[in-house]
Design a protein around this ligand. Structure first.
Ligand code: SF4
Ligand code: SF4
Length: 272
């Protein structure tokens, strides 16, 4: 399958990468600390024990017996061959990829098989515009947050839509590589991990939740809060929100509003 645009969202550069479709965030405990420890341990094990194709079955058995394989959504596979592909542990990626194995492609042993692993491009390749993709790549320099954000189409689109509406034009992603605007946008996307109204339910990720047999779209019950649907509804769902009172909802709206306004004000006040 042809890649629809020219930014490689999976491996955009040396500072970060994404492994979401290999099941990275589908462990019941998908905190940064837990995933980092998991990926470090299996990467070390891979380099210690795998000398060729014949060692992969043992590696797979070892990983699945050593690690907790409790999942958030049962229907999504968590691949045991996802690890760190650089010495600094900044990039997650496939340990079976030819670049990791002296040119030999070992992905045919995996659950999805070589063709799917090689040819899969997630919806973000298609539904995020080029400038939205470039903006995320420029703003985020951390694998954990990057994978959460680049796959969250609603969050990215809504954030930049409010900004573009406020500015009267789409912001230039080139201005998000360094400096204050990058910081402001980073703070917004950091809500993915720091959001104070995040639901504690572990069967939820962004707007999806798993009811035991399938995963479905979540909703915020505005009737129970005696208020209208928030203009930030999509953002709130992406942030896995749960509001116990109207006061919580208004505080959440203020946080998002302030973040968006900070971007717009700085962008407008510092033209280039
Ligand atoms: S979820 Fe998308 S960006 Fe992430 S690794 Fe998969 S195809 Fe690449
Ligand atoms: S084998 Fe496929 S699913 Fe597993 S880490 Fe590699 S690319 Fe991802």
């Amino acid at each position: 399958m042809l890649k629809p645009v020219d930014i490689h969202l999976c491996q955009p550069g040396p500072e970060k990468s994404c492994g979401a479709c290999c099941g990275l965030y589908n462990y019941r405990d998908s905190t940064r600390e837990s995933l980092e420890a998991r990926l470090k341990a299996r990467t070390a094990l891979f380099h210690d024990t795998v000398r060729g194709r014949g060692d992969l079955e043992t590696f797979s058995d070892l990983v699945t017996s050593m690690e907790s394989m409790e999942k958030r959504y049962e229907v999504i596979y968590c691949c045991e061959y996802l690890g760190f592909i650089d010495e600094e542990h900044r990039r997650v990626g496939c340990l079976l990829h030819p670049l990791q194995n002296n040119g030999e492609d070992l992905r045919d042993v995996s659950f999805y098989g070589r063709d799917l692993c090689d040819g899969h491009f997630c919806p973000s390749y298609y539904y995020l515009s080029r400038w939205e993709q470039q903006a995320v790549v420029n703003v985020i320099d951390d694998w954990y947050l990057y994978g959460l954000v680049i796959t969250d189409i609603d969050l990215v689109k809504e954030y930049f839509r409010f900004i573009a509406d406020g500015l009267g034009e789409a912001p230039d992603p080139g201005r998000l590589k360094t400096g204050r605007l990058k910081d402001v946008a980073q703070r917004f996307f950091n809500f993915k991990t720091t959001w104070p109204f995040r639901s504690p339910e572990t069967n939820r990720l962004g707007k999806y939740y798993f009811d035991g047999s399938q995963y479905m779209i979540s909703h915020i019950n505005y009737d129970a809060l005696s208020c209208e649907r928030s203009r930030f509804d999509k953002i709130f769902l992406s942030l896995t929100s749960r509001f116990d009172s109207q006061r919580d909802l208004r505080q959440a709206e203020d946080l998002v509003e302030d973040s968006i306004s900070a971007f717009i004000d700085y962008y407008r006040d510092h033209p280039q």
